[in-house]
Every structure is written in C-alpha cells, then in structure tokens.
Ligand binder design. Structure first.
Ligand SMILES: Cc1cc2nc3c(=O)[nH]c(=O)nc-3n(C[C@H](O)[C@H](O)[C@H](O)COP(=O)(O)OP(=O)(O)OC[C@H]3O[C@@H](n4cnc5c(N)ncnc54)[C@H](O)[C@@H]3O)c2cc1C
Length: 592
C-alpha cells in the first residue's frame, strides 16, 4: 500500500523563504498572504488530501466507473469526498468575491492543487476543470451569464467542463464541426459530437456547465470561425434553481490506461440550448486567455504524481535490504544493506527529488507571476510578469508532465519487480500521469508554441524575461565563493541555451523544419536551464538560512540536491544542443 504525506515544509520554504510572498502584501488579494493564513491553509489542505482523498485513490482505480444509459456512477466514496471538498470551501479559494469567492491569489491555491493531484488525480480533474470553466465565464461571459452561473460554480455545487475535442479535431481545432444556430430568444441550439470530455457526466454535482466550442452559421473556416457556448446539463431558471434537462447526453465513457475514476465522456449535443460566451468567432481567443492557467494546472498534475511516486520510492528504498554497499557493509548487523546505499538507486532518488522540489518552486513562481500580471498596481511589473508567464507556460506544462512520467517510471525501477505489481501502487502513478503529456496541448505542440510563438515575440521580449534576471543572478554571485559551485555551471548552461536560441532563430528562419525538428530538444534544454536557475536560487536561500543555524537538515538537503542538479542533471543540455544543431535533414528525408 502506498503512502502520502503532503510536503508542507517544502511549500512553506518556497512560499515564505524562496518567493517571499509576504513582500507583496500591498498587492490586492495578497493582504493576508502572511504565515498567519498560509500555515493553517496548508495544514487543512494536507489533512483533507491525506485523510479523505488519498485512501480513495487505489480503490477508485480498482473499482472504476459504471456507465448506465447516459448516467455515470462514480466509485464508492467519491461523492462524499466531493461534498467534503465543497464544505471545506476549497472550490471558491481564488474566485472573485463578487460571486462568493475568497479572492485569494493563485499562488496560495497551487499547493492545494498539487496535494489533490498527489492524493487522487482522478478526483482532481473535476474541480480542476471547473476552475477552468469559471475562468472562461468570468473573463468572457456577459454580466447576466456571470450572475446566473458563477455563484454555484464558485461554491462547487455545480461543476464545469471544457468541450473542445471531436473525433476528427484534436490538436487542430480548426476542424471542429459542431454547430450553433441562433434562436429568437437570444440563446443557441448546439448540435454535434465531442469526445474525450473529462467529467462530462457524473453524479458529484447538481449541474454540469458544458463550455462547448462550435461554429455559427456562415462562420469563417478554421480557428477564426469558432465560438464558445455555455450549455448547462440542466437549464437554469431565473431564480437560479435548476429546471428541465438540456438535450445533451453522455453516450459512452472510454476504457483507458489510467485515471480509472475520471469519466472520459463521448458527448452528444442534440440541439442543446446554449448561450454565447464572449464574442462570435472569438472562442479560440477566449480559450487562449485561460490557457496559461490550464497548462500550469496540468503541469502541476505531473508534479503531484512525481511527488507521491518519489515519497514512496524513498520509503521503499530505505526499508528494502538487498546486497552490500560496494565499499563494504554499511549495516553489518542486518542481512544486507538498504537500497539507499547503492549509487544507482541514489541517482534515481536524487533525480526525482531534483524534479519535485525544483518543479514545485517553478510552478509556484509561475503562479505568483500570474497573480502579479493580473493584480499588481504597477503596469511595468504586470508586463514583466506577463512576459515571464507567456514564455514559461510551455516549459512548465511539458517539463512537469514529462518529468512526472519519468519520475513515476524511476519509482517503479526503485521498487524493482514489486513496482510492477498493482498492490504497491506505483504502477497506477505511471498509468495515471501518462495522459498529462498529451492533453491540454501535447508536449510536442508546447514545443512548437515555444519556438514559433514565444521566441520571436517582440524581438525576444519574452526571452528577456528569463535571460536578463538569470544573467544578472550569475553576475551578482560570480565572486561569491560559496555560490561558485552553483553559479559556474549555471553560467555555462545559460551560454549553451543562448547558442541554441541563436541556432533556432537563424536556421528556423531559413528552413522551418529545422526549427520544428529542434523544438522538443530546445524545450527540454530550456527546461533544464530554468531548473538550474531555480536550484541556484534555492541554494542561495539555503546558504543564508544555514548561517542562522535552524532546521539545518532541511537546508543541507536543499544544498545537496542543488549540487546534484548542477552536476548530474544540467549537463543534459550538451547532448540536446548537439542533437538539435544537426538540423532536420535526417528527420525529413527518411522515407515514411
Ligand atoms: C483521458 C483524456 C482526457 C481528455 N480530456 C479532454 C477534455 O476534458 N476536453 C477536451 O476537449 N479534450 C480532452 N481530451 C482530448 C485531448 O486534449 C486530445 O487528445 C489532445 O488534444 C490531442 O489530440 P488528438 O488525440 O486528436 O491527437 P492528434 O492531434 O491527432 O495528435 C497526434 C500526434 O501528432 C502530433 N501533432 C499533431 N499536430 C501536429 C503538428 N502540427 N505538428 C507536430 N505534431 C503534431 C501530436 O503532438 C501528437 O503527438 C482528453 C483526452 C484524454 C485521452
């Protein structure tokens, strides 16, 4: 049986010591961001995830879902857990106070998101998607739509889902065929079929708000002719009560590799009543404005699974006795030494820890920048934060989900044969996390976004939001003896990344296949350098804290992981640079 203990101390480190979020107390929403609120929130979220959600995770995986003539029955305990989630006020955490939300910043919500994903990713999808639907309606809906639908979405009594994919339209949403015909009363009749709709049907909430991409009559071809519609499962009366059933049906649920307790629904909209969200033909634009938040959230799914996989692998490696240490017995009184004495097992465990602790600091930093981009009173700060968010979004999404999968696989390796056996729980993590590399824009598509959109933007404006502070950090510490072991490799790999950036810019301009063929390798390289920068700054904080003589084991561990990251993880950039700069000929000329 696996275990999960929320990494509360690390959340405190990142929020209070690394990001120092209390320095933003003058920014609207951050007034209560000090430790007085942060610590009880972290502890309450940890308790809920450890005691309510985590015990349902393996059960939900084994029991799965039951489809019955349009209805989806959840595994035992999920409905009760969702009720507790709502009673705890968790859905409303970051929502606008006008609609019953608590108005807190995203950076305060991100630890909860990660804990939910670690404890029970299948469960997490419903509230995660509801938050996306809230954002879409909040940012683009009319005042009337907001007044009618947001309060119950915010409280969690209703949920929301995102309905983009159709059988012939996945990555290329320009191929969408679902239609919307205007009605005399200002509503629309939405007709078409969607597939793979997460939480499209379930019994957790009283109503489900479907946000559906569809085409109006005479709409332009491709993505420029797509509009966004809100089709509730139950129509809503003017007094906010639910009325007649809308003509939308879940026709089946998918049988899939993982996430067995998350319904992935085929949906049929048969002239379903819907309302336009935002302007006609601007549905993709509406989606884009909430995409950064959605991609960060999917990244955090990878991180959450990585964390729980790491914790279990570490616990197992400390207990499992196999062979003697190569330099002689470390525990002669035992029949063999624990796995943690072996260099290769340590390599795997430290790779996992570098990912989870580095990834957490990066995800929380991106959440903070998202908040600053929206809330900071100074326009220059908002702009700088937004540039960073734009650049880092594909990196966070791809790095944290590729990494989550790699870490789950390493956890299985640490367990040996037991890792492959269902009872131990690790194989579920590997199955559950795999989809995160595919949905919300595949990681290959993230790389194209990075190379084709983010790199050239404003002649490198987005790029500067990373390179300028990273280079300034290196400059600041270049004569600091304690920081040398972190800053020297960081400086070297920043230089490699700059070379790679030049290569992509110059060659991609001459031959687009060179840029497209190099995109994933460039994205991986960028991710490693971003991780290096995160770890060098974590080391800076740890060194300062060690001088105070408190919690030394925690800070020594940070330094050790920073050192490992610089020496064993960052050099990955060298092979990536070598490969990408060979160009795209070997890709494009091979027969297929
Ligand atoms: C469990 C699950 C849950 C999901 N939840 C939802 C949901 O809630 N709502 C929703 O709308 N959808 C959902 N999806 C759908 C998901 O978002 C899509 O599967 C995803 O967008 C990829 O589309 P596709 O499967 O059609 O693959 P395709 O678009 O056919 O892509 C196949 C491969 O080709 C690559 N590729 C495609 N185009 C290009 C290109 N131009 N350049 C380079 N490579 C390219 C892709 O990267 C990928 O590797 C879900 C899917 C699953 C399996």
């Amino acid at each position: 049986m696996p275990n999960y203990k929320a990494p509360v101390r690390d959340f405190q480190f990142v929020l209070a010591e690394y990001l120092r979020i209390s320095q933003y107390s003058a920014v609207p929403g951050f007034e209560d961001s000090g430790e007085a609120l942060m610590n009880p929130v972290l502890e309450a979220a940890a308790q809920f995830c450890e005691e309510v959600l985590f015990p349902l995770n393996q059960k939900g995986d084994h029991e799965g879902l039951r489809y019955d003539n349009g209805t989806v029955h959840m595994p035992d305990g999920f409905k009760e857990a969702y009720k507790l989630y709502v009673e705890g006020g968790w859905p409303s955490f970051t929502c606008d106070t006008q609609y019953g939300g608590q108005g807190l910043p995203e950076v305060m919500n991100m630890p909860l998101m990660e804990m939910v994903c670690s404890a029970n990713l299948s469960f997490g999808l419903t509230p995660g998607l509801s938050h996306g639907a809230y954002n879409a309606i909040f940012l683009h809906g009319s005042d009337a739509l907001k007044a009618k639908y947001l309060p119950k979405l915010v409280s969690g009594v209703w949920s929301g889902v995102m309905c983009l994919t159709e059988p012939q339209a996945g990555t290329d949403l320009g191929l969408i065929r679902t239609k919307a015909e205007p009605d005399a009363d200002g509503s629309y009749r939405v007709t078409g079929n969607k597939i793979f709709i997460s939480s499209g049907e379930h019994e957790l909430t009283e109503n489900i708000l479907h946000l559906v991409l569809a085409r109006l009559p005479g709409a332009p071809e491709g993505t420029k002719g797509i509009s966004l519609f809100l089709c509730p499962k139950f129509l809503v009366n003017d007094d906010g009560s639910t009325g007649a059933r809308n003509s939308l049906t879940c026709t089946s649920i998918e049988h899939k590799m993982g996430l067995h307790a998350s319904p992935t629904c085929a949906m049929e909209y048969a002239a379903a009543t819907g309302w336009l969200v935002g302007e006609p033909h601007k549905g993709m634009r509406a989606m884009f404005t909430m995409m950064n938040a959605a991609r960060l959230y999917v990244g955090v799914q990878g991180l959450g699974i990585g964390e729980v996989a790491y914790q279990n692998a570490l616990g197992y490696a400390q207990e499992r006795l196999q062979s003697r240490a190569i330099t002689g017995a470390k525990f002669p009184e035992k029949p063999a030494d624990p796995l943690t004495v072996h260099a290769d097992v340590r390599r795997m465990l430290l790779t996992m820890r570098s990912f989870t602790e580095g990834g957490r600091a990066l995800a929380l930093e991106m959440a903070l920048k998202t908040d600053l981009a929206h809330r900071h009173p100074d326009a220059a700060v908002r702009q700088e934060a937004d540039d960073f968010v734009q650049l880092i979004t594909p990196i966070v999404k791809s790095y944290l989900t590729d990494g989550g999968f790699e870490v789950a696989s390493l956890a299985m390796q640490v367990y040996g044969g037991y890792g492959y056996i269902a009872e131990y729980g690790v194989e579920q993590y590997l199955r559950d996390v795999r989809i995160t590399m595919i949905y919300e824009g595949t990681n290959g598509v993230q790389a194209l976004d990075l190379v084709a959109r983010k790199l050239p933007q404003g002649t490198g404006k987005y790029l500067r939001s990373f390179f300028h502070p990273a280079v300034a950090f290196v400059e600041k510490h270049k004569d600091n003896a304690e920081m040398k072991e972190f800053v020297k490799p960081l400086a070297k790999h920043i230089e490699y990344l700059q070379q790679a950036t030049m290569w992509v810019g110059l060659n991609g301009f001459k031959n687009p296949d060179d840029a497209a063929g190099a995109a994933v390798e460039y994205q991986k390289m960028f991710s490693l350098v971003v991780l290096g920068y995160v770890w060098a700054r974590q080391a800076e904080v740890a060194l300062a804290k060690l001088k105070l003589g408190q919690d030394t084991a925690f800070y020594e561990s940070k330094l050790a992981t920073a050192r490992f990251t610089m020496q064993k993880i960052l050099p990955g950039t060298i092979s990536l640079l070598a490969s990408m700069t060979t160009g795209s000929k070997s890709l494009m000329q091979a027969p297929m």
